[in-house]
Design a protein around this ligand. Sequence first.
Ligand code: PGA
Length: 282
Amino acid sequence: MIRLMRPVVIAANWKMHTTPADAGELARAIAARTAEPDVTRVICPPFVCLAAVRDALAGVAPPVAVGAQNVHHELAGAFTGEVSAAMLRGLAEWVIVGHSERRRDAGETDELINRKIRQAKDALLHVILCVGERLDERADGQAEAVVRCQVAGCLAGIEAPSLADRDVVWGDAPWLAIAYEPVWAIGTGRNATGADAAAMADVIRDTLGDLGFAARGETIPVLYGGSVTSANIGEFLAEPAIDGALVGGASLKPDEMAGIVARAALTARARRAGNPTPDAAA
Ligand code: PGA
């Protein structure tokens, strides 16, 4: 079955916050405040909190998926302090790769991120690939070129799972989502505009088409990330090109997540009813 309607995804990136002692309680609080069956919810805590969050969310309905924030590009070996895709099986169903904080602090390149995606896909993890330009690149008029290059480099030579495999192995959730996160908007309180994000989502889809994904009936969600809050999520989800959000700072606050997911549910229900642009009333 080819799914033509893209799911609406809200992913929480907790970054280096929470401990194994408190992460489960926070996850449960967020799950309870965001129980919207039409929205795909993912919580990505630090590695050491994955088991606590998995246990806290076991049996929660509608289900909330658990994601990791990174994965190593090799399957096993002498890599002190690293975590492989195989190790994440049973702990996480999703993984974030290529976050700009890792590109900045760990020197991750598109080539390395490409290898991480291969490992994640082989381990049947759903991937959130982050892309986005820096402020100097935007000022130079290079934003589109940078994002095009990141998408092409990170996905070069990677094939989508077959449609049959997707139904059997990957279930309802997409195997890949792309988060457009302009670096200058992350953690700064200065979000992009909905129109800017939608324009970049078009660039990303165009690039995916060049890579052959569109030809395979792909419906890869494109998320926006960068200072998303319950107050501005409506601006992004009013854009038919935007399929959800990767949320950092606000994702640690159940009240904020409640507002964000409630607004996402409006879009998800409107899409189901055949109207991709509900009023951004929420
Ligand atoms: P922010 O982070 O919402 O705190 O800007 C987003 C992200 O880095 O994924």
